[in-house]
Design a protein around this ligand. Structure first.
Ligand code: GAL
Length: 591
């Protein structure tokens, strides 16, 4: 991805196609089919104005569009066995799910025996899968589907079955020998590995490559910032959230981790700029069919489609109603999700309880979702100038598959009850419509030598309370021991915030203290981490600090740190990272 790429016009798209696509295809014409596919991806991205796929995204040919399939977890949790899985495989075909594009059948946690076999290899639970995992894989393949499986990078899975830690190559070889096509790699117990997430997932990436079998790698880490620390180089998709549950608050929360500001600085307007062919933000698997009614199922499905999210059905397909089947197989809504241009939809209007998403498509039209999340009734309007159009435009309803006629300057969805929405396609075929400019790298990563105040960079991931910039959490100036600091980060615990330093920072400096407005008995703790929580690599720890504790100076060396995470813990207390900054010694502009 080229984050500095400017918004484009139809003219420079044509220029990009002529200047970039032709040479790209020429260069790769002698190489493998995979490389040609890569060139194809590059061509699509370039034609779409999204910049060139990086050479590190070698495996991106595996998921040019968001993966579609079914996963056992949301329907059955660990209560799975081979009979159920075979019935699901049958139902995927007979229900029309396969024809609608659902390809992967992923067996989630609970498939393994409690201990490894005598040779140390993973084996299926002999009671649940008596004929073995290769046989179930063969059955799945026999149905024309692809075989997905769950593992965990810790020493145990979340269900406390054998994890892959220290068995990485052997397990990937086992999966390859069973004909696995897709691996969901979870992160329970990974904090004991002593490895950063980037180290861990790179190991798996290499082990998968080593098997010689193309297998999609799905990062399952509850949304710990893979878009920030390089998930694109290791995997085809990464979670942006904790687990999804079958109720709308959870659905909306998960959607907002990818499409809104739940997990990243609001200035990014969601994670759309980090997704594209071969690398997708994953707000977790579908609960369509497990929600209360058709309205909720449809709202959830439309959101995932406009977000270019992986579509992993999570309902019991053997007991699916016709109404749910129609939602999951709705062709024109799925086509939005699977559009080859691979743009993730982004919000163009957000009133909290009502929102409008826009997803420009490869044919020059654009898909728009108008959703009432919270009001008893609402009219929601999309103005053409917010989606790169003007004048009279044809509108088509993607659920009813009806042309609604031409609309001048805007379209209003009237009388939407709570959770109701319209999903429409606007415009005429032609050159692709522009997306907003992506956030330039220098706004969210260390790109120059000298000093960079962290509050001059947008954070790239956060958990719990969002921090204040250049102020204490309540908005007062940051004051430590009578001295006022212009720069710094104000936190209310808990607050974890990640900055992308891209290996370009040699030192981190700050002065930390509890905020003067904290309650008298306030206690807090400041910690600096290399990357995310899983690596457990604490670079600096204040220990417990009280309101009257003297400020502590931090001046530490950083080495090969891709992301720096500042964590402030305590019981709803305020603390400040005054003058938080990194120093880069190396000369030159890094862009
Ligand atoms: C969770 C994961 C779920 C499911 C579960 C299995 O960590 O987020 O999607 O895989 O583990 O135990």
């Amino acid at each position: 991805m080229n984050p500095t790429a400017p918004a484009y016009s139809p003219l420079n798209i044509l220029f990009a196609v002529a200047m970039v696509v032709l040479p790209t295809i020429g260069v790769t014409s002698n190489s493998s089919e995979g490389a040609n596919q890569q060139a194809h991806t590059t061509a699509i991205r370039d034609a779409a104005g999204q910049g060139t796929a990086t050479s590190s995204s070698l495996h991106s040919e595996l998921a040019l569009t968001p993966p579609m399939g079914w996963n056992s977890w949301n329907a059955f949790e660990a209560n799975i066995d081979e009979q159920k899985i075979r019935q699901i495989a049958d139902a995927m075909v007979s229900s029309g799910m396969k024809d609608a594009g659902y390809t992967y059948l992923v067996i989630d946690d609970g498939w393994m025996a409690k201990s490894r076999g005598r040779n140390g290899n993973l084996v299926g639970d002999p009671n649940k899968f008596p004929t073995g995992m290769k046989a179930i894989g063969d059955y799945i393949h026999g149905k024309g589907l692809k075989f997905g499986i769950y593992e965990d990078r810790g020493h145990l899975t979340c269900q406390q079955l054998p994890g892959s830690f220290k068995h990485e190559q052997a397990d990937m070889n086992t999966f390859a020998s069973w004909g696995v096509d897709y691996i969901k790699l979870d992160s329970c117990f990974a904090e004991n590995n002593g490895r950063l997430s980037t180290e861990d997932y790179s190991i798996y990436r290499n082990c998968i490559t080593e098997t010689g079998r193309p297998m999609v790698l799905s990062i399952s880490d509850f949304g710990n910032g893979a878009w920030a620390w390089g998930g694109e180089d290791m995997a085809q998709l990464w979670r942006t959230s904790g687990d999804i549950y079958p109720w709308m608050d959870s659905v909306y929360h998960c959607a907002d981790t990818s499409g809104g500001a739940q997990s990243i600085h609001p200035a990014f307007n969601g994670l759309w700029q980090f997704a594209g062919p071969g690398h997708w933000n994953d707000p977790d698997m579908l609960q369509v069919g497990n929600l209360k009614n058709d309205t909720q199922n449809k709202a959830h499905f439309s959101l995932w489609c406009i977000l270019a999210a992986p579509l992993m059905a999570g309902n019991d397909l053997t007991a699916m109603t016709e109404q749910v089947r129609r939602v999951l197989t709705s062709p024109e809504v799925i086509a939005v999700n699977q559009d080859l241009r691979g743009i993730q939809g982004y919000k163009v209007y957000d009133a909290g309880d009502c929102e409008v998403y826009n997803k420009p498509l490869s044919d020059g039209t654009t898909a728009v979702l108008l959703l009432n999340k919270g009001r008893p009734e609402a009219d929601i309007t999309v103005h053409w100038d917010k989606i790169g159009l003007s004048g009279n435009q044809p509108v088509r309803d993607l659920w009813t598959r009806e042309d609604l006629g031409e609309f001048k300057d805007s379209f209003t969805a009237h009388d939407l009850g709570q959770h109701e929405h319209r999903m429409i396609k606007v415009g005429r075929p032609g050159p692709p419509l522009p997306t907003p400019a992506t956030m330039p790298l220098e706004k969210y990563a260390v790109t120059r030598h000298g000093e960079t105040c962290l509050s001059d960079l947008y954070y790239i991931w956060k958990a719990d309370n969002a921090p204040a910039y250049d102020a204490a959490f309540g908005g007062d100036p940051i004051t430590v021991a009578g001295r006022t600091f212009k720069k710094g980060i104000g936190c209310k615990s808990k607050c974890a915030v990640m900055f992308k330093v891209d290996g370009r920072a040699d030192r981190f400096r700050a002065t930390v203290a509890m905020d003067k407005s904290s309650k008298e008995d306030a206690k807090g703790r400041f910690r600096v981490y290399n990357e995310d929580f899983f690596g457990n690599r604490v670079l600096w720890d204040s220990g417990e600090m009280r309101k009257d504790s003297p400020a502590k100076e931090i001046d530490i060396e950083l080495k090969d740190v891709s992301c720096l995470m500042l964590v402030f813990d305590g019981d709803e207390v305020l603390g400040n990272w005054a003058d938080a900054r990194v120093i880069s010694k190396s000369e030159g502009d890094y862009r």
